[in-house]
Each structure stands twice: as structure tokens, then as C-alpha cells.
Design a binder for this molecule. Structure first.
Ligand SMILES: NC(=O)c1ccc[n+]([C@@H]2O[C@H](COP(=O)([O-])OP(=O)(O)OC[C@H]3O[C@@H](n4cnc5c(N)ncnc54)[C@H](OP(=O)(O)O)[C@@H]3O)[C@@H](O)[C@H]2O)c1
Length: 242
């Protein structure tokens, strides 16, 4: 692994950066010169992703971190602080779903979706917030979903988790916006990633957004003038929902 040193270059931590939207967001932060922490559960894929950034002259730290585990998240934050000096930008992105009717959704699936999507965002945010408040600056991007505000079948628990993250995030923003912290809510519609079942992805591929579209939105908000921020963005395929 590459030697990493502390300096003033902003550090962006992206959860769920093994693939999909998280990987695109991590790459986009690397392109604008940030040091990037890519976390997730698949170590070898994280190392491949970070290696590509490093090969292009960037700084990247691949980090195994299961966002459902408080210990794992705390350990990740300690490692980031040691290697990169802290976190300037957190992108809460790691997420899971099942496409299943309410009746068929199991308690185990409910627990896993809530633990990843809602608890995971809570834990990672808690891990970075105290230091951001001390610095009086920081960005927290929360990748929610259009399901937080629109109604779809076969996504009840996922929608509940995303409505939960959105509500939590709005409340957090009200608490910290006068303290220099920018909390930004991104609500994407359908994006062409592994989250979708293969046949759906194949059928709707050309109608879906690409992960890079979400990454562009995140980085463009990050690059806005200091005097302003964007609270919420709803991104959807041009023809609307699938
Ligand atoms: N695709 C869409 O249409 C869409 C639309 C709106 C919002 N979103 C949201 O966008 C985010 C990214 O989704 P995606 O579409 O890019 O899905 P994806 O391609 O399936 O990627 C999900 C990512 O989450 C990580 N992850 C899952 N469980 C984790 C855990 N317990 N701890 C740490 N990382 C975990 C996965 O990595 P590992 O498996 O290596 O841990 C992977 O990197 C999610 O929050 C999703 O709800 C997606």
C-alpha cells in the first residue's frame, strides 16, 4: 500500500465505495484533488478501486468498514484520522434493498436494510461530527432515494429506511448549519447499478441515470461558493421513474 501523509488537502470518506454510486463519487472527489477514503466490506475490490486512483496520481485509502457495526465504523474513523488527519467530507452512501412485497419481506431483511441504510448513516455521521464541529466546517452528503418522498410497490422497508435517513438528515442540518457544517440530501431516482435485479437493469438500462450523474451532482455542490449551500437535490431520469 502507498505511504499516505497528513496535509491540508481535503479528505473525502465515501461509504459503500466498492462499486456503483459510491465508487463514482469517490473517483469524482479524487479527480478534483481530494484524498479519498473508500470503505465497504469487500477488501480486494476496495484495493483495486483505490489502486486505480493512486495510479492516476491521487491519494486513496481502501478501508474495510461494515457500516452496521459501531466498532467497525469507530475503528475506520481512527484509521482515517491516523493516516489522513481527519475527514472533511463524509458521503453516506452504503445501502441495500430487497425488491419484495411487504408480505414476503422477512424480519431478517428488515433488520439488515435498517441496520445498513439508517443505522449506518447514523453511525458514520456520529463518527465524524464532533471533529467537524470543532473545526467549524465539514460536508455531509447523504444519498437517500426518491423512495423517501414517492410511493413504489415492493420497496416498503427500503422506502422506510430512506424516509428515515432524510428525516434524520433534515433535523441534523437544522442543528448544525449555523456551526459551519453543510448537510446535503441527494434523492436519486433509478441509477444503473448492481442494486437492481439483472432483468430490470437490462430492460431499463437506457432509461436509467448512471452513477457518474449522481457523483457530478455531489461534487458540484461541494464546489459551490462558500457563501451558499444546497440543502436537497432530487435527481431523476429524464423520462421520470421506471
Ligand atoms: N441504484 C439506484 O437506483 C439508487 C437510487 C437511489 C438511491 N440509491 C442509493 O445509493 C446508494 C448506493 O447504491 P448503489 O445503487 O450504488 O448500489 P450498489 O451498487 O449495490 O452498491 C452498494 C454499496 O454499499 C456497500 N454496502 C452494502 N452493505 C454494506 C455494509 N453493511 N457496510 C458497508 N458497505 C456496505 C456495498 O459494498 P460491499 O458489499 O463491499 O460492502 C456497495 O459498495 C444506496 O444508499 C442506495 O440506496 C440507489
Amino acid at each position: 500500500m502507498i505511504e499516505l501523509e497528513k496535509n491540508n488537502i481535503p479528505v473525502a470518506w465515501v461509504t459503500g465505495a466498492t462499486k456503483g454510486i459510491g465508487l463514482a463519487v469517490a473517483n469524482a472527489f479524487a479527480v478534483i484533488g481530494c484524498k479519498v477514503v473508500l470503505s465497504g466490506r469487500n477488501r480486494s475490490q476496495l484495493e483495486i478501486n483505490a489502486g486505480k486512483i493512486i495510479d492516476q496520481g491521487g491519494a486513496a485509502l481502501p478501508l474495510v468498514c461494515d457500516v452496521t457495526s459501531e466498532t467497525s465504523v469507530r475503528t475506520a474513523m481512527a484509521t482515517i484520522t491516523k493516516k489522513f488527519g481527519g475527514v472533511d467530507v463524509l458521503v453516506n452512501n452504503a445501502g441495500v434493498t430487497v425488491f419484495e412485497s411487504f408480505e414476503k419481506t422477512t424480519v431478517k431483511e428488515f433488520d439488515q436494510i435498517m441496520a445498513t441504510n439508517l443505522r449506518g448513516y447514523f453511525l458514520a455521521t456520529k463518527a465524524v461530527l464532533t471533529a467537524m464541529l470543532k473545526q467549524k466546517k465539514g460536508h455531509i452528503f447523504n444519498i437517500h432515494s426518491v423512495t423517501a418522498v414517492a410511493t413504489f410497490t415492493n420497496s416498503s422497508v427500503y422506502a422506510a429506511s430512506k424516509a428515515g435517513t432524510l428525516a434524520m438528515s433534515r433535523s441534523l442540518r437544522a442543528e448544525v448549519r449555523k456551526k459551519g457544517i453543510r448537510v446535503v440530501d441527494i434523492l436519486p431516482g433509478a441509477v444503473d447499478t448492481d442494486m437492481w435485479e439483472k432483468p430490470t437493469r437490462k430492460k431499463y438500462h437506457s432509461k436509467m441515470m448512471q452513477p457518474e450523474d449522481v457523483a457530478d451532482a455531489v461534487v458540484s455542490v461541494y464546489c459551490q461558493p462558500q457563501r451558499m449551500t444546497t440543502d436537497e437535490i432530487l435527481l431523476r431520469p429524464v423520462e421520470g421513474d421506471l
